[in-house]
Design a protein around this ligand. Structure first.
Ligand SMILES: *[C@@H]1O[C@H](CO)[C@@H](O)[C@H](O)[C@H]1NC(C)=O
Length: 409
């Protein structure tokens, strides 16, 4: 999908009303309905990832007064974008027939082809869809053609040596294996929780473990948590683009401070991943901010991700629209992608490094969140309510030995 005209059909969450079914075996050519507001009049819009829709054939009628004797199919509200970080879309060209019957549009929509099989496609802004209709099409040309961060060209960035010289100290919690789909271990006396959060485990064939190994300490007295993430997830064609979950270290201390009152967010993330099959996933920091203390999930929150290493071509929410801003920080150049979670309305902003970090990232993440405030995305009066470092996993067999130090001061 390089620099072509991109076209996607988004299924409107607004079409979540019950619709009578009229299955037909049509031999005629599809008729494309193109109405609604021009894209230039709509500054932001949402699309629906195919992966979030139930695997059904949708049958919809337009302004239908027709009988409801047949079974009713409802288009359900999709998953949150944050739960479907990478997704394919429904290309218009792949949809089945749309025909007119007695003056009414009778549309039958299937799940469609994979994006890679369609060179050009159109996007539908949800906001432009009248509640009486189901599909509208627009053609957009991304302002910049995004290219996935390459997994082969890793950059070398300068990292201070202190973190790397840490050694194990005795600690009351022994090494702990966690392979349950929602397992977490809070480390007493340390600011961290070790979490195996496989929120899409129902779409996962295989197993993911997030194991606590030990606590390390540098000569300066800085603590680190050593952990291992073991992924054995089968690549299943239907769910290649579904993020199965997040294997991570979460901050459990000094949350709910105002950004302006935070002095620093020192972060260190070292990893060594060995994969024995094709692996798809990304190492990233994930933070949530909110105008209200303790809020980590209302529509008033903002989610920020800092992607430091990508494997297997994973892309963030809003990727198809191209970057909305670029930044220089932590000795690297970054591109910011923005997208909204259509179900919750939460905006997710993902900052992707142009060249992958090669095994270690170190930096004060306050610099990043301050840059987000400087851009006006959030206020410096907003609270930091969540902070994590870890891997979003899609599939593959891999072992990642990692060390994280992440604090809010
Ligand atoms: C590891 O994963 C990468 C990214 O998916 C892939 O290119 C590479 O071939 C994989 N290595 C092995 C040994 O399968």
């Amino acid at each position: 999908m390089k620099s072509q005209l991109l076209t996607v059909v988004a299924l409107s969450p607004l079409a979540a009303y019950a619709l009578p079914q009229h299955h037909r075996k049509c031999g005629s050519k599809p008729t494309v309905v193109t109405t609604g507001d021009p894209l230039s009049d709509i500054t932001s819009f949402t699309t629906v990832p195919v992966e979030s829709l139930p695997k059904k054939t949708y049958t919809t009628d337009y302004e239908t007064p027709i009988t409801t004797e047949t079974p009713i199919t409802t288009i359900t509200t999709p998953l949150a974008y944050s739960d479907v970080t990478t997704f394919s879309v429904v290309p218009l060209e792949s949809l089945t027939y749309q025909t007119y019957q007695d003056g009414y549009v009778d549309t039958i929509v299937t799940t469609g082809l994979r994006l890679t099989e369609v060179t050009s496609f159109t996007v539908v802004p949800v906001e432009s869809i009248p509640t009486t209709s189901t599909f509208l099409t627009f053609t957009i040309t991304p302002t910049e053609t995004p290219t996935p961060a390459s997994s082969s060209s890793a950059a070398s960035y300068v990292v201070g040596g202190a973190y790397a010289k840490a050694t194990a100290v005795s600690y009351k919690v022994p090494a702990t294996e966690q392979c349950g789909n929602d397992d977490r271990l809070t480390l007493p006396g340390q600011p961290w929780t070790v979490a195996n959060s496989m929120y899409n485990a129902d779409q996962m064939v295989g197993k993911q473990c997030t194991n606590f190994d030990s606590i390390l300490e540098t000569v300066d007295g800085v603590k680190e948590v050593k952990w291992t993430s073991i992924t054995n997830i089968k690549k299943v064609e239907d769910t290649v683009a579904v993020c199965k979950g997040y294997t991570n270290i979460g901050i459990g201390k000094n949350l709910n401070k105002k950004l302006k009152d935070i002095k620093s967010i020192p972060a260190y993330f070292k990893w060594d991943r060995t994969n024995t099959t094709e692996f798809r996933g990304s190492n990233l920091f994930d933070f949530i901010t909110a105008p209200t203390e303790g809020d980590f999930k209302s529509t008033a929150t903002s989610e920020f991700m800092l992607w430091v290493r990508i494997w297997g071509g994973q892309v963030p929410i809003g990727y198809s629209r191209g970057p909305v801003a670029t930044f220089d920080m932590f000795g690297a150049s970054w591109k910011l992608y923005e997208g909204q979670n259509p179900a919750s309305g939460v905006t997710v902003r993902s900052m992707l490094v142009d060249e992958n970090y090669d095994g270690v990232f170190q930096g004060d993440l306050k610099e990043w969140l301050d840059a987000m405030a400087d851009k006006g995305y959030i206020s410096s009066n907003d609270y930091v309510t969540v902070g994590n470092a870890g891997t979003e996993v899609f599939y593959g067999n891999a072992v990642m030995k990692a060390t994280v130090a992440l604090d809010i001061n």
